[in-house]
Write a protein that binds this ligand. Structure first.
Ligand SMILES: NC(=O)c1ccc[n+]([C@@H]2O[C@H](COP(=O)([O-])OP(=O)(O)OC[C@H]3O[C@@H](n4cnc5c(N)ncnc54)[C@H](O)[C@@H]3O)[C@@H](O)[C@H]2O)c1
Ligand SMILES: O=c1ccn([C@@H]2O[C@H](COP(=O)(O)OP(=O)(O)O[C@H]3O[C@H](CO)[C@@H](O)[C@H](O)[C@H]3O)[C@@H](O)[C@H]2O)c(=O)[nH]1
Length: 337
């Protein structure tokens, strides 16, 4: 298939580009490079010896996006492009609604104008807010507790309405839990600025780039008092995307949780990282981070049953190993040393 990957120069998008090409698809990247890295695409190009077609465009430039869709004869869009920091969304809500919600509206208009009828959308478990029970199943109420979650939930709603009005359109919204790790072959990885995610921060401590990791709260109602999350390896996540894409039939409206169905506490992650790296990783207790639910993990049975996906990484040590390989070999990320 001819697939347009929006946000393809970002962390998850670049792993999707690599995987889809390995699966034999023809991939075009669209990214405005606001938080992406041209160097990630260069690395994919270098490792494969094959050019990565790249459109440096913003989602909100509808006409230019339409032209790109037509020019590359796109069959399906995988839509990763978004702003994705919960804390930033609280202080800059308009930026999030403009980029994530209005940006997707513009993309849908462009797809409509270009006659592209398949979309796989990056949603998030942040759309569930603080669920009453665990694990989370897709039918549970969605009530986000931050603008980031709302900016994604609005898109889910828009997709339903658009698909109801256009019966030849099909979409899947994949609600990710915590995405972690790097390509097992070491070619690409995670490089966020600012970095706010737990595993990268812990590995920056292991590298000596930070003095300690602060554990945000140890008074939660969980077995060791720290927050529990469901960490899915980025390669398992993108494999699920291509499997779902292949299954999309006209008029499909699919919603899936994308996690491994097992939770780890913050303390367990720190301990696992100490074992993997063999480094002393100083941790300090700090106050809770506003907006953090105590526990979030998936029931991912629907994806297993309907699509046949299973995660290959179920041991957190192996997930951290892939991330550690990337950070050790690229201590400055994609920046030139
Ligand atoms: N990282 C996670 O744990 C996680 C969890 C749940 C959902 N998600 C979702 O997955 C997707 C990818 O996340 P990521 O961690 O790879 O983020 P990222 O910041 O690394 O990548 C996002 C990419 O999108 C690009 N982009 C943003 N707005 C754009 C626009 N208006 N036009 C064109 N390009 C634009 C950025 O330049 C960047 O390259 C996002 O939609 C995010 O909401 C991520
Ligand atoms: O320095 C740190 C960083 C994080 N945490 C904790 O570690 C856990 C994971 O945090 P983080 O890695 O920042 O991920 P989340 O806040 O869970 O958010 C991620 O996962 C969500 C889905 O769960 C996505 O929607 C978001 O885009 C993505 O950033 C949370 O309990 C945090 O409180 C710490 O204790 N110390």
């Amino acid at each position: 298939m001819n697939v347009l990957v929006t946000g393809g120069a970002g962390y998850i998008g670049s792993h999707a580009v690599k995987h889809l090409r390995e699966q034999g698809h023809h991939v075009v990247v669209l990214d405005n490079l606001h938080r992406g890295h041209r160097a990630a695409l260069d690395a994919i190009e270098q490792a494969s010896g094959k050019h990565v077609p790249f459109e440096e465009l913003d989602l909100r430039h509808t006409e230019a996006v339409t032209s790109a869709l037509v020019h590359h004869k796109i069959d399906c869009v995988m839509h990763f492009a978004a702003l994705a920091y919960v804390g930033e969304s609280v202080t800059e809500p308009l930026t999030y609604y403009d980029n994530n919600t209005a940006g997707t509206l513009s993309l849908l208009q462009a797809m409509h104008d270009a006659g592209v009828r398949r979309l796989v959308f990056s949603s998030t478990c942040a759309t569930y807010g603080e669920p009453a029970s665990m694990p989370i199943v897709e039918t549970m109420p969605q009530s986000p507790i931050n603008p980031y979650g709302w900016s994604k939930l609005f898109v889910e709603r828009i997709l339903i309405d658009y698909a109801n009005a256009n019966k030849d359109f099909a979409f899947a919204a994949l609600r990710y839990f915590n995405v972690a790790g790097s390509a097992a072959d070491g070619t690409i990885g995670e490089d966020h600025e600012p970095e706010t995610h737990l595993i990268p921060i812990i590995l920056e401590v292991a590298l000596g780039q930070r003095e300690h990791v602060t554990i945000f709260g140890e008074d939660y109602d969980t077995p060791d008092g720290t927050c529990i999350r469901d960490y899915i390896h980025v390669e398992d996540l993108v494999a699920a995307h291509s499997m779902v894409m292949q299954k999309l039939n006209p008029a499909d409206q699919r919603f899936y949780n994308l996690g491994i169905g097992q939770g780890y506490s913050v303390k367990q992650i720190v301990d696992a990282a100490r074992e993997v790296t063999g480094r002393d990783i100083p941790a300090q207790m700090g106050p809770r981070r506003p907006g953090d639910p105590p526990s979030l993990y998936a029931n991912a049975d629907k994806l297993r049953t309907e699509v046949g996906w299973t995660p290959s990484y179920t041991d957190i040590h192996r997930v951290i190993e892939t991330a550690w390989r990337w950070y050790r070999n690229h201590p400055d990320g994609y920046a030139q040393p």
